[in-house]
Design a protein around this ligand. Sequence first.
Ligand code: CO
Length: 134
Amino acid sequence: MLKRIHHVGVVVASLESGLRFWRDTLGLHFTKSATIEEQGVRAALLKVGDSEIELLEPLNPENGVGRFLARRGGGLHHLCFETDDVARELDGARSKGIQLLDQKPRHGLAGMICFLHPKATRGVLVEYAQPLEE
Ligand code: CO
């Protein structure tokens, strides 16, 4: 079951400049950051109420986030729904014929995650995330 909007993904040219605005100017609470090699990004999470903003800085210009930055100069990138069972959510999407970017869940900053294909979601890149216990 999809429970809430977990985070909104925002692409930035650099995490430092992103944090200067979202954390230092807007005052959102910085939660954590990490380099996620397999996604080719450095990412940071900032808490706002029950949801978060996820900043994404591409590690190279060739991956999806890098191309997004080059094409659009950064900005709104994806919407992430929290679920209590990301594998079941992914199977459910597959059985409905929704085109997928990930065939199975993988590790992301928000826990175990997967992405649906934006062609199947009316142009919005949708992520599902099952937060891991910390
Ligand atoms: Co995300």
